[in-house]
Every structure is written in C-alpha cells, then in structure tokens.
Ligand binder design. Structure first.
Ligand SMILES: NC(=O)C1=CN([C@@H]2O[C@H](COP(=O)(O)OP(=O)(O)OC[C@H]3O[C@@H](n4cnc5c(N)ncnc54)[C@H](OP(=O)(O)O)[C@@H]3O)[C@@H](O)[C@H]2O)C=CC1
Ligand SMILES: CC(=O)N[C@@H](CCC(=O)OP(=O)(O)O)C(=O)O
Length: 350
C-alpha cells in the first residue's frame, strides 16, 4: 500500500450516506478505504447488497469493533443516525482517529436546544465544544485545525450557502428570512418508512415537520453568528418525488435598494477561489439536475423592486454537498490538501 495514502473507515456503510462515501472515495487520490463497517451485516461482501460496488478494493463488511478499526484506519466517517454518533465519536477520538460525523449530534452548541429539537439527550458538552462545524466555505480555517468535524445537515448547507454572504454584509434583514425548501426522497435515508413508500410519494408533493424541523436551530445558530445578533427564521421542508436534490427558495427584505448584479458581485467575492459554490449571472436560477451527483452548490438571485424583497435560489445534491461530498471536502481541508481532491465531477445530465 502507498504509505502516502490516508486510511479511511466508514461506519453506517449500508446507509445512503455510507454508500455514497464509498463511491466517492474510490476516486480520491490520497485516500484508501480500509474498512467499511456495518452493525447489521458484518462479514458479508458489500457487493452482495450493492452490486454497483463490485469493483471496490475493500469488499467485506467489518463489524463495529473500535480496536479492529483503530489498527486499520486514520480517519473514520460516521454515517450513522443521531443518538448513535454521540456514542461512537468519543471512542474513536480516544483511539486517536480523526472523526467526521454526518449526523446532527454535534452541530448544536446548546444541549438544551438539541434536547428541544431532537427529543433526545445531548452529547457530552466538552465534545460538542471540540467539534468544528464543517460548513466548508464558511468555517474552512477552523476545519483545517481540527480532528473532529460535525458535518452540517443537507437543508442547512443549501440554505446557509445561499444566505450567509447577504446576512454577513447586512444587505438583508436576517429576521425577515423565510426558507421554503424541497428535498428528494434519499434525504430521508435508506430505512423503510411510510412517507417514502413509492405510492405515497410518486406524483405527490408534501410539506412536513412545519415549524419543527431539526435544521431550524442549526440555520439560526449560524445566521446569528453572521448577523451578530439573535436571528429566527421560518423554515418549511417538502418532500418531492425525485431521488436526489435539494432546492431552497429563500425570501428576505432588503435593507437598502440593490440590484441582482450587486448580489452576484457580493457572492462572487465572498466565494472567490471556492470551486464548489457557483453563482449564476443576474437573471439565471439553478435547478437540482444542474448539480446532480456533484459537490456543487449553485445559487441565483432576483430582487423584486416592487416589494423590496430578495429571492435566493440555492441547490445541492443532498447526498454529496449535503452529506458525503462535504464530509470529504472537510477531510481535504483538515489534511491541508486541495479541497477539491476526489470531488471533481461534472453533473450527470439529463
Ligand atoms: N440522507 C441524506 O441526504 C443525509 C443524511 N445525513 C445524516 O447522515 C447520517 C446517515 O444518513 P443516511 O445514510 O441517509 O441514513 P440511513 O438510514 O440510510 O443509514 C444509516 C446507517 O447507519 C447504520 N446504523 C443504524 N443504526 C445503527 C446503530 N445503532 N449502530 C451502528 N450503526 C447503525 C445502519 O447501517 P448498518 O446497518 O450497516 O450498520 C444504517 O444503514 C444520518 O445521521 C443523517 O441524518 C446528513 C445529511 C444528508
Ligand atoms: C427528506 C428528509 O427526510 N430529510 C431529512 C434530513 C436529512 C439530514 O440532513 O438530516 P440530519 O439533520 O438528521 O442529519 C429530514 O428532513 O429530517
């Protein structure tokens, strides 16, 4: 094995986030996947359940054994549900591994807020403080100094990348923001549940978790930091009959008269050199297929002079920039590599 390669383990390998990590890491030039871990199907070849992974280098699923994984890996990705990650992260950190967690367990800095929105006891506060919130384009410098990353939620990434520069610049009133977001069904994970059942979602479009979605306080936490004062938002999520993709349509009141071109310029400056955020020219808005299978977040604007409001459209692929792709981008940042390594794909179209 090439000693320059970093060895990665993936927990939750039979879930959508885990399988996507395996797929993406196959073409990473500096990472080798040495352990794919499953709590439910250890010992079986991964290709048995996922024939599209027939060619991967590591084929047998490992069990969830920290001592075994410690000897095989330098970094572990936790693609596990909330409540599970908070038990696993301290064990892997104590074993000296870098940890990148995809769940919501370490994103909210207040245990009380976590308890309220997740209806679950929070993780140890010291670990929550230690975790760096991995919204790569905003907190990349902190990510680069850390060994423990809490990857943001998919709706949160899509919404915040579209809002952060305007809130930071004071160009929109942060307490006027309304986020209307839609997700493909893979956002709900691979587990079976009634709402993602084919005949429930096909040719259907439904809102869910209205005013109680767990990404609301996560979005507010970052916007509060950007605005320098408390921010609350209205955030509504919808499930649409597609496999991948998130679109956040966001509305906010302008603090001064500005044009579409002003916003394009502000965002292009803010994201200068960050290849995964693509700001559309004035008068152009992105669609989910334009980022499909990639780590891009595409953003477009429309100022309405009549109402004094701004509309922002932001799109991502929930499993890539919303989960596995941003997790790899964060690994690249914490290793001080080029953040695009292993993530340079052109979207699948049509
Ligand atoms: N789907 C998405 O678009 C996004 C998901 N996320 C987050 O990423 C994480 C993974 O999501 P996703 O892949 O969609 O979820 P899935 O439900 O598809 O997969 C989660 C996997 O975790 C493993 N798991 C479940 N319970 C346990 C347990 N008690 N102990 C150990 N492992 C367990 C299972 O794999 P096995 O049986 O092999 O152990 C399961 O397949 C979640 O926290 C989710 O909230 C974040 C952003 C976007
Ligand atoms: C379509 C769908 O159900 N999506 C999930 C979000 C997935 C995700 O990013 O959630 P975590 O914060 O749990 O990591 C939801 O709305 O809860």
């Amino acid at each position: 094995m090439n000693s320059a390669l970093i060895r990665a383990a993936i927990v939750g390998s039979t879930g959508y986030g885990g399988v996507e990590l395996i797929r993406l890491l196959q073409s990473h030039p500096k990472v080798t996947v040495t352990s794919v871990i499953s709590s439910s199907t250890a010992g079986a070849p991964i290709a048995e359940g996922f024939p599209h992974l027939t060619e991967i280098r590591t084929d047998l699923l490992d069990g969830l054994d920290v001592d075994l994984i410690r000897g095989k890996a330098d970094v572990v990705f936790l693609a596990t549900p909330h409540g599970v990650s908070m038990k696993l992260a301290p064990e892997f950190l104590a074993a000296g591994l870098k940890v990148i967690d995809l769940s919501g367990d370490f994103r909210l800095k207040s245990g009380e807020v976590y308890r309220q929105w997740y209806k679950h006891e929070p993780a140890d506060q010291e670990l929550v403080e230690r975790a760096v919130y991995g919204l790569s384009e905003v907190y990349g410098e902190q990510v680069a100094k850390s060994d423990f990353i809490s990857n943001p939620g998919c709706f949160t990434t899509t919404s915040l990348l579209g809002l952060y520069p305007a809130v930071k610049a004071g160009w929109i009133d942060p307490n006027s923001i309304i986020i209307d977001a839609k997700s493909g069904v893979s956002g709900a994970g691979r587990g079976l549940n009634l709402s993602s059942h084919y005949s429930e979602i096909n040719e259907n479009f439904k809102a869910y978790k209205i005013n109680r979605h767990q990404h609301t306080p996560e979005i507010e936490q970052v916007l509060t930091e950007a605005a320098g004062r408390p921010v609350v938002t209205t955030f509504t999520t919808h499930l649409v009959p597609m496999t991948r993709g998130i679109m956040a349509t966001m509305y906010a009141s302008l603090t001064e008269k500005r044009s579409d071109a002003d916003f394009v310029e502000l965002y292009r400056q803010f994201y200068e050199g960050r290849k995964f955020v693509r700001v559309r020219p004035a008068g152009h808005w992105p669609a989910t297929k334009e980022v499909y299978g990639t780590n891009y977040c595409d953003i477009g604007f429309s100022v309405d002079e009549r109402t004094g409001r701004l509309t922002i459209i932001s799109v991502t692929d929930n499993l890539v920039k919303g989960a596995a792709g941003q997790a790899i981008q964060n690994l690249n940042l914490l290793m001080n590599w080029d953040e695009t390594l292993g993530l340079q794909f052109t979207p699948v179209y049509p």
